[in-house]
Design a protein around this ligand. Structure first.
Ligand code: AMP
Length: 499
C-alpha cells in the first residue's frame, strides 16, 4: 500500500501531513499526487469526502516550494464555487504549508476589498478565490493573472450549477496557456467535458468510486408523507421533521437538514427554533460573518442542527455529523449523494433520513436509480391528520426523555411576544434578508412546550398574529391566511440567487 512517504512530496509537507495524522493517501491522493508532481494536468472525478483537497494542495505546496511571489502576480490560483469551500481550502493550505514560507490570500465576498488588496499587493504564492470575486479584483486592475503557473478548479460541477462556467472560461483565458491545470468535478456533465477538452492538455484522468457505493456505513431511510391537505404540506413536513428528530433520540448528536429552497431553509430553521430545537440556517443570502459564526458553532458542537441549502453546504468538512435529514428529496439526484456524504464520513456510522411527499416521488425515483438501490421505507407511525389536530390544539409537550438532546437548554422566548421583524438576540444567525419573513404556516410556539395555554401571553397578543385561536370557544379562529398559506407563496424562483 502506498504511503505518503512513498510520494515525492517536499519533506516539509510530509512532516505537516504526519502531524495531521495521515499516513496512507486516499485513492484520489495516491493517483493524483504523482501525476501532478510530474507537471501533468489532472482531471479528477471525485467528490467531497474523498480527500481531493489534499490531493491538489500537497503537490502544489511541493511545487511552489521554490521561488518567490511577485506583487499582484499570484503564482497559483484555486477556484472554488462557494466561500465556505474556499475557506476550507485555505485551511488546508495553512495545515500543509505550515513549514514553508508560502503565502496565500483568500478572495471571497463579504471581506473588504481594501484588506484583500493589501495582501495581493505584497505578492502571494497561492490565491484561493470564488470566480466572481476574483474577476472583481481583476477588473479593478489590482491583480494580474499572467504569473499563474498552477490553476485548480474545484467542484466544477457545482460551478456549472451556479452559472460560473463563463467566468471560469474567462479566467482560464487570463492565465498563461503554459499553466498546469488540476481540475476536479464530481460528475462529468457535457459542459464540463467541453471545457476540460478546451483548457486541459492531455490530462491524467483519475476517477474514484462514488461515495454512494462507498458509504456503506450510512443507514438510509425514506419516510413517506401523504399530506392531509395540499396546503398543509409544508406544515406537516415540518411536524414530521420534528417527529423524526425526536425519534432519533440520543443517537442524534448533530445533524444537517437540507432543503431544496433557500426560503425553506429559513422557514424550517425558524420553525425548529420556535419549537425549542437548537437550530440555525446557512445559505447564500446570509452575511458572511453570520455564516462563519454558524458554521464554527456547528463544528465546535455548540449547535446541533444546521439547516442548509445544497450550495451552502457543498464541500463543507464537518467530520462527525451523526444525521442528515432531507426535508425535500433533492431535485438533482446527485445532490442526494453529496448530502448523505456529510454523515458516515471516514468510516463513522451515519444516518440519513429523507422525507418524501407525493410531489417528491419523481425525484426519489431518480435518486434510487442513481444509487442503484431502493432506500428502505421507515414508518414512525406519523399521522399528518393527527399532527394537524395537535398543532391546532395547544397542549403541554412532554419534557425530557430522548427529545432533550436536540433541544436548547433554556426555554425559547415565545415568538408571539416579540415584534415580528425584530430578531431576538439568540436569532443572530438569521439576521439575513429572509429572516424577517414569517415561517409561513407555523403554529404558535408558546402554545406548546414550556408555556401552556394563553396565560403567558400579553393581552396585546391575544387574538391576533399567525393563526390565532379563540380557545375559549374551543375552535380555531384564523385571521388572514393563518395556517393556510398556499405552498406557491413560499416558493422561490429559479435563478433568483444562489444558495
Ligand atoms: P475532502 O474530500 O478534501 O473534503 O476531504 C475529506 C476529509 O478527509 C477531510 O476531513 C480530510 O481532513 C480527510 N482526509 C484527507 N486526506 C486524508 C487521508 N489521507 N486519510 C484520512 N483522511 C484524510
Amino acid at each position: 500500500m502506498t504511503k505518503f512517504s512513498d510520494l515525492d512530496l517536499d519533506p516539509r509537507v510530509l512532516k505537516a501531513v504526519a502531524e495531521a495524522g495521515y499516513e496512507i493517501p486516499t485513492p484520489i491522493q495516491a493517483q493524483a499526487i504523482p501525476e501532478a508532481l510530474k507537471g501533468r494536468d489532472v482531471l479528477g472525478i471525485a467528490q467531497t469526502g474523498t480527500g481531493k483537497t489534499a490531493g491538489f494542495v500537497l503537490p502544489m505546496v511541493t511545487m511552489l516550494g521554490q521561488g518567490r511571489a511577485r506583487a499582484r502576480m499570484p503564482r497559483s490560483l484555486v477556484l472554488c464555487p462557494t466561500r465556505e469551500l474556499a475557506a476550507q481550502v485555505a485551511e488546508n493550505f495553512d495545515t500543509y504549508a505550515k513549514y514553508t514560507k508560502l503565502t496565500k490570500a483568500l478572495l471571497i465576498g463579504g471581506v473588504s476589498f481594501k484588506d484583500q488588496d493589501k495582501i495581493i499587493d505584497r505578492g502571494v504564492d497561492v490565491l484561493i478565490a470564488t470566480p466572481g470575486r476574483l474577476l472583481d479584483h481583476f477588473e479593478r486592475g489590482k491583480l494580474m493573472l499572467t504569473g499563474v503557473q498552477i490553476m485548480v478548479v474545484d467542484e466544477a460541477d457545482r460551478m456549472l450549477d451556479m452559472g460560473f462556467i463563463p467566468d471560469i472560461e474567462r479566467i482560464f483565458k487570463l492565465t498563461p496557456f503554459t499553466r498546469q491545470t488540476l481540475f476536479f468535478s464530481a460528475t462529468m456533465a457535457k459542459e464540463i467535458e467541453r471545457i476540460t477538452n478546451e483548457f486541459l492538455t492531455n490530462p491524467a484522468r483519475i476517477e474514484v468510486a462514488r461515495r454512494a457505493t462507498a458509504a456503506e456505513t450510512i443507514a438510509q431511510n425514506v419516510v413517506m408523507l401523504e399530506p392531509s391537505r395540499r396546503d398543509r404540506s409544508f406544515a406537516e413536513k415540518r411536524a414530521l421533521l420534528r417527529a423524526l428528530i425526536d425519534h432519533e433520540g440520543e443517537g442524534l448528536t448533530n445533524g444537517i437538514i437540507f432543503c431544496n429552497r433557500k426560503v425553506d431553509v429559513d422557514a424550517v430553521a425558524k420553525s425548529l427554533k420556535k419549537h425549542g430545537y437548537d437550530a440555525a440556517p446557512i445559505h447564500g443570502d446570509l452575511e458572511q460573518s453570520v455564516r462563519t459564526r454558524t458554521l464554527d458553532a456547528f463544528r465546535a458542537g455548540e449547535l446541533k442542527l444546521l439547516i442548509a441549502s445544497d450550495v451552502a453546504a457543498r464541500g463543507l468538512d464537518v467530520p462527525s455529523v451523526s444525521h442528515v435529514f432531507n426535508f425535500d428529496v433533492p431535485s438533482h439526484s446527485e445532490d442526494y449523494v453529496h448530502r448523505i456524504g456529510r454523515t458516515g464520513r471516514a468510516g463513522r456510522e451515519g444516518r440519513a433520513l429523507t422525507i418524501c411527499t407525493p410531489a417528491d416521488a419523481k425525484n426519489l425515483a431518480a435518486v434510487e436509480d442513481l444509487i442503484a438501490r431502493e432506500i428502505p421505507r421507515l414508518d414512525i407511525g406519523f399521522s399528518p391528520a393527527q399532527v394537524a389536530a395537535d398543532d391546532e390544539a395547544p397542549r403541554q409537550r412532554p419534557q425530557g426523555g430522548r427529545q432533550g438532546s436536540t433541544r436548547r437548554p433554556a426555554p425559547e422566548r415565545p415568538a408571539r411576544e416579540k415584534p415580528a421583524a425584530s430578531p431576538a438576540p439568540e436569532t443572530t444567525p438569521e439576521s439575513g434578508p429572509e429572516a424577517a419573513q414569517p415561517a409561513a404556516s407555523e403554529p404558535a410556539a408558546p402554545q406548546r412546550g414550556t408555556r401552556s395555554g394563553s396565560s403567558g401571553r400579553s393581552s396585546r397578543d391575544q387574538g391576533r398574529g399567525e393563526g390565532s385561536r379563540d380557545q375559549s370557544r374551543g375552535e380555531a379562529r384564523v385571521i388572514g391566511m393563518g395556517d393556510h398559506v398556499p405552498d406557491f407563496l413560499m416558493r422561490s424562483f429559479p435563478g433568483s440567487s444562489a444558495g
